[in-house]
Write a protein that binds this ligand. Sequence first.
Ligand code: G6Q
Length: 553
Amino acid sequence: MSILTESPAWRALAAHSASGQPLSLRELFAADPGRFAAFSVSAGPLLLDYSKNGVKRQTMELLFALARQADVERQRDTMFAGERINHTEDRAVLHVALRNRSTRPMKTDGRDVMPGVREVLARMRAFTEAVRSGAVTGHTGERITDVVNIGIGGSDLGPLMVAEALKWSADPARLRVHFVSNVDDAHLVETLRGLDPARTLFVVASKTFTTQETMTNAASARAWLVAGLGDERAVARHFAAVSTNVSATTIFGIPPGSVFEFWDWVGGRYSLWSAIGLSVALYVGMDRFEQLLAGAHGMDEHFRTAPLEHNMPVILALIGIWHVNFLGCTTHAVLPYDQYLHRLPAFLQQLDMESNGKRVDRDGRPVDYATGPVLWGEPGTNGQHAFFQLLHQGTQIVPADFIAAIEGRHALGDHHRLLLANCLAQTQALAFGKTEDEALAELRAQGMDSDAARRLAPYKAFPGNRPSSTILLDRLTPASLGALIALYEHKVFVQGAVWNIDSFDQWGVELGKQLAGRVAGALEGGSPLPGMDGSTAGLLGKITGTGRQQRQP
Ligand code: G6Q
């Protein structure tokens, strides 16, 4: 047994959950008219309603005790203080400095990182304004109309998600943005189809500037550009880079003025706030990018100063821990009722699963409790016509976050009212369901005869008690989006702090990378490597034709 599962706070929660508490959500709401007020919290432009989760006041008290026992506040302060909390990589975790809009210094290893952060932001402003205004042109003097971000993982998912979320503020007649990540050539080929090399700017976003997929795509993009413009020198005006590896960007041929630096204390999946956001800033303008940072800073201040009981990221994290560790839920759905947030689930999938998909604790011991759940989701209302069936009537309990903006970005007919109605109605149906008796009465009222109604009623019953939280944004703006993303980042932090895991490393992606290099060599050579397993060797043979040749008489 680990220290965590033997601890008083953990045991108290385990006993609380084993005692059959809490009651049903119907009973909890009936017993407490003040439940919404008691189980909701506001922070800046966001409201979190967690009243439709099966928690009582006592449950929350026990969860806050667990957070205190894990010393979450001290751990949080340690992150803000720039200590090397990513201990397996021996790095500080200071993405909060990238959006620090206060005059407070933020230090790591005794050095204030803020002057460097501000300098890069100023360079990003100058560059983006020059490209957007047409002051900087391509090699042939033409205005840049298309930006292609080449990156993967943390160097793709964040900027892509934000660019989609802020699409309404962009002017596609002036500048469009595209994202290429997959090493599958279809991604690059389809993106470049219809683009004019004379008007295209590539932003190669890679912290290491060694990532196989990004380097392969960047080399092919470079070849496309040089072939299109017939001049190797064009590379200097059509490529920018965002990286910590400035020597590699120089070798690629990108002039120092188009290279934007960031630092090893910025984790890949936490990097959209750095120059990795360059494509976003090019697309929507630097003012909006800085509003995004300001919104995130507002959430940082809330997380840093609000007492645990009123701290939105802490509450969201503890509700998740209740589901994962004490109710045995293994997945978690994120359901944005906002088309602009359609890439949010994919972004959060990396943020959450790469950060907290860990099986050993900070001392390297296997954990004996569940850590991060499988996170997934799609925008509403689309999901309602697809997988919501399982959420309502399946055999698994899937806690869900519903996210919606009170005010829509457009005022087209009745669309936004219907969107919000669906969002609220789904959380209602999940929480309160419909009993078999209610289903029966409904069928009878519709004129169905008793026998047929009795046969059909079990199918039409909804068990309810399916937990959900609702996050409302005043309106989708750069600032509210920044706050929303920061909310989830800190939620992940708090969960990792309680689970005593390193949320900032990602060793789990390394083995596949290593093996891909070896298999690529075997594919080129056309024969399996010595000691290769039978399945991979068989597949390799099928692909290269050696298997077929061997079978021929
Ligand atoms: C994120 C991960 C990973 C990383 C990509 C791209 O936290 O580290 O998703 O962002 O592998 O890495 P580069 O930016 O170095 O190309």
